[in-house]
Design a protein around this ligand. Structure first.
Ligand code: SF4
Length: 72
């Protein structure tokens, strides 16, 4: 069973992942747009309950409303 990616996971920190796109540090990630979120990312693998897989974080689930700097 995949576990929810924690924001303090070392790799999550590396990519600036947050569970809510509204909490992205705009100063650190000026490229972030408010309407960007995991569920709109090209590599997001949609799943139930507002969570899904992301190839960047194998074995973990990310939140549909999350964001990281690898958003595409
Ligand atoms: Fe979310 Fe996309 Fe980042 Fe994966 S790569 S965590 S789906 S924004």
């Amino acid at each position: 069973e995949r576990t929810l990616l924690r924001e303090d996971d070392p790799k999550a920190l590396e990519f600036g992942y947050v569970a809510e796109t509204a909490r992205v540090d705009q100063a650190k990630y000026p490229e972030h747009q408010p309407d960007q979120q995991c569920s709109k990312c090209q590599i997001y693998e949609d799943g139930p309950d507002g969570k899904g897989g992301c190839p960047l974080f194998p074995g973990k689930l990310v939140l549909a409303g999350g964001w990281c700097s690898a958003f595409s």
